[in-house]
Every structure is written in structure tokens, then in C-alpha cells.
Design a protein around this ligand. Structure first.
Ligand code: SF4
Ligand SMILES: [Zn+2]
Length: 420
């Protein structure tokens, strides 16, 4: 390889390593006659180097020159780092060369902003267009959409890329301004909307023209910096421009922007008695993310009645807990076996006691992992065990939890769930 290109590769691969590309590809595409490459059905990024890079993607930046000065980014204009820029042709050649030599399965391409967002986006799209059309490249392509890029360019990007992503960066506009003064949320959320719109329109068009190429078939993803500013987990899902709206609706909006194919039903009323019972009966798995004992016990009672697995999480100050109560199993304890109702416990919650913001993310992700395992029927669930995290020491402890034969809630539960 010519030394100039090698030096650019070294600089721009180093600059790209902080971007998250390691989402599963989610695309299956066979090699076509006369074409080159294919995508594997699952997890292009199945292998990682020690410093976080996925070895099977060429993870690279078009350029690390940037007109912006985001405090959290190694490529910010005020940082004294070596700079380089590829031409569209150089990147296309590099990708094809690496692919042919079997070094990579695809391309993850991002860029600093040069001149203006559209100027940069045009070049990113140019690489993907050239690969797909001139070279009939069928490998995986993940493109970063540049904040502030126009709808036409984002739309064209979706026609060539398998996955598009736009970084939300910071949950609230106020803190985004603090760390990335040149960015605003509109420039981030607009491209996300364009992608969502593109996917929905494409799905409609494909009903009559199934051969039409899918728009960003692996969907869109985003990433956010947690802990650099003072947001809580609520603000990560619910940005400040949604203050005054129901959290269920705001959360639904954020999730739909990330992946419109996920069906979210937002319920904006309090669930009590029969209403709670009906929702639990209709669910496959219940995740309790509430912050008070009365609600937790009401949810537990409904789960016991309908023998639904309950994934319970809690976080207060620097302490977190996650437990699974798989009430489909006869030997599984319920939440009440472990934390009996009516005992002399002080009602503490994060609204009054505070909570270490990253902790709720850790607890929530652990709950999500347990829920996915239960749905997929894989691995060993946390059933019968309670995990406790001391985030100050960053130590997990595990305690075994048995069923309490005298538990007034689950003690007499039937061997089979009631018909629902
Ligand atoms: S715009 Fe992107 S590349 Fe430029 S400084 Fe900000 S995060 Fe870094
Ligand atoms: Zn019990």
C-alpha cells in the first residue's frame, strides 16, 4: 500500500474507534451474480480487538478534520491531533481491497464535519453509492449521518447503507450546548426523523414493488454520552422539549425514532386492580421499573396470579438490585417471599434520596438482558438469585433466594396458571 494511504489509514482508523459500530447487522443478503460480497445474517461485528474496535468491519473516518469543537470528541478542532482526509475514490478502493483480501465483512464510515454538514454528507453518500452501484458491493455498510444534513442526502444514504446512525450525544439541549456549542437537538432529531420516514415510506412502496431495494434494512441506531453531564435516565429517554407530556408517549416517540418497527403501546393512565391485572395477564414478561413498594407488591401479586415472569430492578443512591421471579416455575420465589409487604421498611425512592445516574442505566440494561433471555429461552436466568450492585465500589454481590412456604402471596399458588 502506498505510504501516504497507509498513514491516512492509521490516523483515520484511530480517530474512528470511539464510535459504536457494534450493533448486529440484522441483514441477510446473498452474493449476486456478477456482484461482490454478501452479508451474514447475524452480527457482522462478532469479533473485537482489545481497544474496542470490531475486527470484521473497516471502521474508518472520511476525515478527522472538523469545524466543530465538541468537548467529548478527540477530533474536535481545538485538539492537537494528526489530521487526514480520504478522497471518495481512496475509500472505495480501500474497502474493496480489504474485502477481497478477506480482512473485513463491511464498512463502518463516519466523518468529522468539513465545510458544512451537506458537503460532508455528500462525500459519505458518494462512497456508499460508488460501492453499491459501480462495484456492485453487497457487503455490509453502516453510515453515520451528519447532524444537520439535508433530507435528500439522508434519503439517498438510506438507499445504499444497511444501517444509518445519528448520535444524540447528550440528552438535554442545555447540556448539549455546554459540551457541543455548535450542535443543537434539531440537527440531530431531524435526520433521525428523515430515516424513520424513509423506512416507513419504503415499506409501503415495497408492498407493490417487493424487489425495490430496502431502505436502511438494518434500521437506525444512536449513541449517547452518559455521565458527562447531570441528566438522569428519564432525561435520556425523555428530552427537555417534552416536559409536560406523558412519559409513556415521550418514550414511545424516542423508541419509534430509533426503530419504527418496534411496536410500542403507550398507556397513560395509572394501572390499578383489574386494569393492572388485565395488562399483566396479556404480557409475556413483566419488567418492574417502579420506585415504591406499594406498586411493586401490586405488580408482584398480579404476576403471581397469572404466573408471569417478573424482572424486578431498583436503584437508590449508589445501590442497585436486579432479580428475576420466574413465576411459571413452581420452585421460584415471588417478590413478597423476599421483601414481605407491611414490614417495617422505610419507603425510600430516588426522587427523594437521589440516584447515581449511570446506575439506573446499568440496572435497566441488566433487566433488559434478563427479559431477552427469558423471551428467547436462552441461558440461565437470574431466577432464585438477587444481584446487588455497590456502584461506589463497583462490586456485584449475589444472594440465593428460596420460595417462602408461608408466603401469603404465593404460598397457595396453583400448579397451573389460570386461563386468561
Ligand atoms: S462534530 Fe463529530 S467529529 Fe466533529 S468534534 Fe463533534 S463529535 Fe467530533
Ligand atoms: Zn411469595
Amino acid at each position: 500500500m502506498n505510504p501516504n494511504l497507509l498513514s491516512k489509514l492509521e490516523i483515520l482508523a484511530e480517530s474512528a474507534k470511539y464510535d459504536v459500530s457494534c450493533a448486529s447487522s440484522g441483514v441477510t443478503r446473498a452474493k449476486t451474480a456478477g456482484g461482490i460480497g454478501n452479508t451474514a445474517g447475524w452480527g457482522i461485528c462478532h469479533s473485537f480487538t482489545e481497544d474496542g474496535r470490531c475486527v470484521s468491519l473497516l471502521k474508518i473516518m472520511l476525515t478527522n478534520y472538523c469545524i466543530y469543537d465538541c468537548a467529548y470528541c478527540v477530533n474536535r478542532r481545538s485538539n492537537d491531533v494528526r489530521r487526514a482526509a480520504f478522497s471518495v475514490e481512496e475509500l472505495v478502493d480501500l474497502t474493496l481491497g480489504f474485502y477481497r483480501r478477506n480482512y473485513i465483512e463491511g464498512l463502518f464510515l463516519s466523518s468529522g464535519v468539513i465545510n458544512n454538514p451537506d458537503y460532508t454528507m455528500e462525500r459519505l453518500v458518494g462512497v456508499a453509492r460508488e460501492l453499491r452501484t459501480t462495484h456492485r458491493f453487497n457487503g455490509y455498510i453502516h453510515l453515520k449521518s451528519i447532524p444537520g444534513a439535508s433530507e435528500a442526502l439522508v434519503h439517498e444514504a438510506g438507499l445504499y447503507a444497511d444501517r444509518l446512525s445519528v448520535n444524540i450525544e447528550i440528552a438535554t439541549e442545555k447540556n448539549l450546548k455546554l459540551l457541543a456549542p455548535e450542535k443543537n437537538h434539531e440537527s440531530v432529531f431531524k435526520p433521525m426523523e428523515f430515516i424513520q420516514q424513509g423506512m416507513l415510506e419504503n415499506a409501503e412502496l415495497r408492498k407493490n414493488a417487493p424487489k425495490l431495494r430496502k431502505f436502511a434494512p438494518a434500521g437506525q441506531s444512536t449513541q449517547m454520552i452518559i455521565g458527562a453531564t447531570d441528566e438522569t435516565d428519564n432525561q435520556i429517554l425523555h428530552t427537555t422539549d417534552r416536559v409536560g407530556r406523558y412519559k409513556a408517549e415521550s418514550g414511545k416517540q424516542t423508541l419509534a425514532a430509533i426503530n419504527p418497527e418496534v411496536a410500542v403501546q403507550a398507556l397513560t393512565q395509572r394501572l390499578m386492580d383489574e386494569a393492572l391485572d388485565a395488562q399483566v395477564a396479556a404480557a409475556d414478561i413483566v419488567l418492574d421499573c417502579t420506585d415504591n413498594f406499594a406498586t411493586r407488591h401490586a405488580i408482584n401479586r398480579a404476576c403471581v396470579r397469572h404466573r408471569k415472569p417478573l424482572v424486578s430492578g431498583a436503584a437508590i443512591r449508589f445501590d442497585g438490585q436486579v432479580g428475576v421471579f420466574d413465576l411459571r416455575r413452581d420452585d421460584a420465589p415471588c417478590y413478597h417471599c423476599l421483601f414481605p409487604d407491611g414490614e417495617d421498611v422505610d419507603e425510600v425512592n430516588c426522587a427523594t434520596m437521589g440516584v447515581f445516574a449511570p446506575l439506573v442505566g446499568i440496572v435497566g440494561s441488566t433487566q433488559a438482558a434478563e427479559a431477552i433471555k427469558l423471551v428467547a429461552g436462552i441461558g440461565t436466568s437470574l431466577s432464585g438469585r438477587l444481584l446487588m450492585l455497590d456502584a461506589l465500589a463497583m462490586k456485584w454481590h449475589e444472594v440465593r433466594v428460596g420460595r417462602d412456604a408461608g408466603c401469603p402471596v404465593c404460598g397457595g399458588r396453583p400448579a397451573h396458571p389460570p386461563a386468561s
